[in-house]
Design a protein around this ligand. Structure first.
Ligand SMILES: Nc1ncnc2c1ncn2[C@@H]1O[C@H](COP(=O)(O)OP(=O)(O)OP(=O)(O)O)[C@@H](O)[C@H]1O
Ligand SMILES: [Mg+2]
Length: 210
């Protein structure tokens, strides 16, 4: 069983978008997948409820109850945890307990990068991270690659102390499919396929950690 946590101290950076799309990717790949919602807003749980009627459902669990780990079925192959907004190092350390990989979404703006730098320092200081017991990677999200601001931000993200695993572009596609309990991996148009390719390096990296 591989456990992946998507977390950042920053609200609205794409945690739920990344967690739900990853969970759907694994489910599409025929894997038994659990999506744990550790955020009070419950967005991931709502998404999993909407997905329940599809051919490749994902089991949604609330991560707010202390015993949520006991509720994960034995035959689960992937657990994706959608971290709460405003998470601090202590709470992160608790969620990281039995996690194999931590993904941190980063938005390409100066203000977001500055906020992320503080969080990344906290992450780097965690005992489990220092001991190399959890793989940590960055996901640049909502990129507008045709803008100078976005290009410069990506160069800055590359200088951060964790590897940059994906460049996810800003597209209404993510917004539209989320409301249906779906992901970009549930569609096959040529345009959507180019967005799926944005995930290739990240998916290969996760395979190596599993
Ligand atoms: N790559 C993207 N392109 C376009 N819109 C996006 C993208 N990623 C996220 N969004 C949109 O941005 C908003 C915030 O994303 P999301 O809910 O995934 O962030 P979050 O980190 O989970 O937020 P919160 O801290 O509130 O839980 C949502 O409306 C989502 O649909
Ligand atoms: Mg969220």
């Amino acid at each position: 069983m591989q456990k992946i946590l998507v977390a950042s101290s920053k609200g609205g950076c794409g945690k739920t978008t990344i967690a739900t799309n990853l969970a759907a990717h694994f489910a599409q790949d025929g894997k038994n997948t659990v999506l744990v919602d550790a955020d009070r807003q419950g967005s991931s749980q709502h998404w999993a409820e909407k997905r329940a009627g599809l051919a490749t459902p994902v089991l949604g669990l609330s991560g707010l109850r202390p015993n949520w780990r006991d509720k994960i079925p034995d035959d689960t192959q992937f657990v994706v945890i959608d971290g709460p907004a405003g998470i601090r190092a202590g709470e992160l350390a608790e969620l990281l307990d039995d996690v194999d990989a931590l993904l941190i979404p980063v938005l390409p703006s100066r203000i977001d990068l500055e906020a992320s730098e503080t969080f990344l320092r906290e992450v780097a200081g965690l005992a489990k991270v220092k001991r190399g017991k959890v793989a940590v990677g960055l996901v640049a999200n909502r990129l507008k690659p045709w803008t100078t601001a976005s290009q410069e931000a990506v160069e800055e993200i590359k200088r951060l102390p964790f590897p940059l695993l994906a460049h996810l572009r800003d597209t209404q596609g993510y917004v539209m499919v989320a409301g249906l309990g779906k992901s970009i991996f549930d569609y096959h148009s040529e345009l959507i396929r180019t967005h799926q390719e944005d995930w290739s390096k990240l998916l290969r990296w996760l395979k190596k950690q599993g």
